[in-house]
Design a protein around this ligand. Structure first.
Ligand code: C2E
Ligand code: CA
Ligand code: CA
Length: 641
């Protein structure tokens, strides 16, 4: 009973069903009013001469006008989308109105009965039967209303008939009741079918949504995938171009992810990627549409000004640089980001993506772990970079590269005790390029090993032609030590040159030694075995841990220029003094680099530093100039205690 009352009150209709009912009714209700009006007019006409005017004109006029107005209202009502609450409201209103209209019409019809002759009574009975059947048919999608209409019409009609007696009309009334009961039954069945259809459609829509979601999502991170991201961002870009509003495109690439993948395995790094996505979402916020483009590459677009995008991107890089704790394992990676801002010159999203990617490329090579924004200036820098890369890649090393030698002198008597070999590149397309530029570039492009060997060859040939007293330093890159083949090739090159290897000092930086301590150690042993010596270069720039001096076979320490420059400050001076004293006690000769001023020279002398190198004595010289200088003032080799 309670459930029936609930059903009648339309209180537990599922949302989608209510909306579907609403849509169907919107089509059928006007027909209902049309049936009502036409039938009422017909009855009014047949009773015109027998019933009073208010029954055949005024009342029907009111009823028909009301029906017509409702029909017009329904017809004119825009076919708008309703939400579930609106649909349910409308279903309730329609049910109530149907009950009211049924009541009004049946009261009028039974009123007419009093005046009717036999034939006209037949018409009224027919009117009631056809009208109710018509109305019920129109109310297929609102069974509650159909049911109420049936009850409201049939209860008074039957009661009236029974009270009036007369077998024919009572039989007709019962016939009608029977048909109506059957009709309501059929209607309920149909409605059940309709309900199932709607449910199936809803399920279909849900499945479709799920499939679409899967097709658009990167399963690992739950972020939009490449395809979806580009279709969405294209639409965003078109809108922003139309409205002239800001749009920033960002690309993000993880630093050291491949190494993490190799070390920790794919399974853990898949989880790592999901956590990276989480941090990106956190840092970039809701404004950004973030996607994983593949591998360890992410991208985002946001409709915001450049300053805000830059702040958010920097924050994202910082967040990702913080260690990830994955169970017992702690993984530290990083992220670099490239940004590009939409302007009118961009014709499509790809051109914006290219610029962001260009900036990312720059960030990865020059400012790892941070965000760089594409600009015309950056473009110029990168073009210059590309020119450099192309020139270096296509360079004829033998012809274009040369060596300079910078004298190293003993402080006590300014005797030249040796020199450092410094590479010089005279590119036919770019002119002179500084080693601080081309050495890191050669390292990045994987060209350094080949270049080192060419330079070493040149240096050894030069050394071979110089007086036996001359000792030369030669810089090796960290990448040279990292490759066993290159180490072997260097050793071969020294052996084959026929030059006494004891006249050679190989300069290695702390970072080169630290890269792979074991490998570096072995290489150093190999060079030692040949008779060459090892200098620890640029001491004072890296971590400058003095423990290497004990652990590694180092023969000479070269104190970095910055160490000397900063020695104006007391703390640095104390440190410099400590290092020089330590070297002395260990019997390691020191060379102070970049000495430019006599004050520095005096200070170093007072501290007990034996050798200096720097522009104060001589800038790097051509081989011929160096030879002349050595002839004028023949020196001795850097002595190793
Ligand atoms: P480095 O090994 O520290 O070389 C010393 C640098 O200091 C040289 O710069 C030299 O010209 C500069 N220098 C010398 N005296 C002074 C001075 O009084 N004041 C100042 N401001 N600078 C001074 P350069 O020739 O530009 O070389 C730069 C760096 O490039 C070198 O630093 C070295 O790391 C690298 N490099 C040069 N040649 C080679 C090479 O053949 N192979 C490798 N792997 N690296 C090289
Ligand atoms: Ca050096
Ligand atoms: Ca140095």
């Amino acid at each position: 009973m309670l459930r029936f009352a609930d059903w009648l009150k339309i209180s537990s209709v599922p949302d989608k069903l209510a909306i579907a009912q609403h849509d169907e009714l919107q089509r059928q209700i006007p027909m209902l009013y049309a049936v009502l009006s036409v039938n009422a007019v017909a009855v009014a006409i047949t009773h015109f001469h027998v019933a009073p005017l208010y029954m055949t004109l005024w009342i029907p006029l009111v009823l028909v006008t009301m029906s017509t107005l409702r029909a017009i209202a329904w017809k004119l009502r825009p076919r708008m989308e309703v939400n579930a609450a609106g649909a349910i409201r409308m279903l309730r209103r329609t049910t109530m109105l149907a009950a009211f209209i049924a009541f009004a019409y049946i009261s009028w019809s039974l009123g007419l009965y009093g005046f009717a002759q036999d034939e006209q009574r037949a018409h009224v009975a027919l009117f009631i039967a056809t009208t109710v059947i018509g109305c019920i048919a129109c109310l297929t999608y609102l069974p509650q209303a159909a049911f109420l209409v049936t009850v409201i019409v049939m209860v008074p009609y039957l009661s009236y008939q029974l009270s009036m007696g007369g077998p024919i009309y009572t039989a007709i009334a019962f016939n009608i009741l029977l048909v109506l009961i059957m009709l309501i039954r059929v209607l309920l069945n149909n409605f059940l079918g309709f309900q199932k259809l709607v449910e199936a459609r809803v399920e279909g829509e849900r499945l479709h949504e799920e499939v679409t979601h899967l097709a658009n999502t990167d399963t690992l991170t739950g972020l939009p995938n490449r395809r979806y991201f580009f279709s969405k961002s294209t639409a965003m870009m078109e809108r922003c171009t139309r409205d002239g509003t800001a749009l920033v495109f960002g690309t993000i690439d993880l630093d050291r992810f491949k190494a993490a993948n190799d070390t920790f395995g794919h399974a853990l790094c898949d989880t790592l990627l999901a956590e990276v996505a989480e941090r990106l979402r956190d840092a970039l916020g809701k404004e950004a549409m973030i996607a994983r483009l593949g591998g360890d590459e992410f991208a985002f677009v946001m409709e915001t000004d450049l300053r805000r995008a830059e702040q958010l991107a920097q924050a994202a890089c910082r967040r990702i640089a913080q260690p990830f704790h994955m169970g017992e394992t702690k993984i530290t990676i990083g992220a670099s980001c490239g940004l590009a801002m939409r302007s009118d010159e961009h014709t499509n999203i790809v051109s914006l993506y290219d610029q962001a990617d260009y900036a990312l490329y720059y960030a990865k090579n020059h400012q790892r772990g941070s965000s760089i924004t594409y600009s015309a200036k950056l473009d110029q820098t990168m073009r210059q970079q590309r020119r450099l890369e192309t020139a270096l890649q296509n360079a004829d090393y033998e012809a274009e590269f040369d060596i300079n030698l910078q004298p190293i002198v003993r402080l006590s008597d300014f005797h030249i005790v040796g020199g450092e070999t410094l590479a010089r590149w005279n590119s036919p397309t770019l002119g002179a390029v500084a080693p601080a530029v081309f050495i890191p570039l050669a390292e990045r492009l994987g060209l350094i090993n080949r270049l080192s060997l060419v330079l070493l060859g040149k240096m050894l040939r030069t050394l071979g032609q110089m007086p036996r007293s001359v000792v030369l330093g030669f810089n090796l890159s960290a990448y040279d030590l990292a490759s066993e083949e290159t180490v072997a090739a260097i050793a071969d090159c020294i052996r084959e040159s026929g030059v006494d290897a004891s006249r050679l000092v190989l300069e290695l930086t702390e970072t080169a030694m630290l890269r792979d301590l074991e490998l570096a150690h072995r290489a150093m042993e190999e060079f030692h075995a040949l008779g060459a010596r090892i200098a620890l270069d640029d001491f004072g720039t890296g971590q400058s841990s003095l423990s290497y001096l004990h652990k590694l076979p180092i023969d000479v320490v070269k104190l970095d220029r910055s160490f000397i420059v900063e020695s104006r400050m007391t703390r640095s001076r104390d440190l410099l003094q400590a290092v020089i004293t330590l070297c002395r006690t260990m019997g390691l000769p020191c060379v102070a680099e970049g000495v430019e001023e006599t004050e520095q020279l005096d200070m170093l002398r007072a501290m007990g530093c034996e050798n200096i190198q720097g522009n104060l004595f001589s800038a790097p010289l051509t081989v011929a100039q160096f030879e002349d200088m050595v002839k004028e003032a023949p020196g001795r080799s850097v002595s190793v205690a």
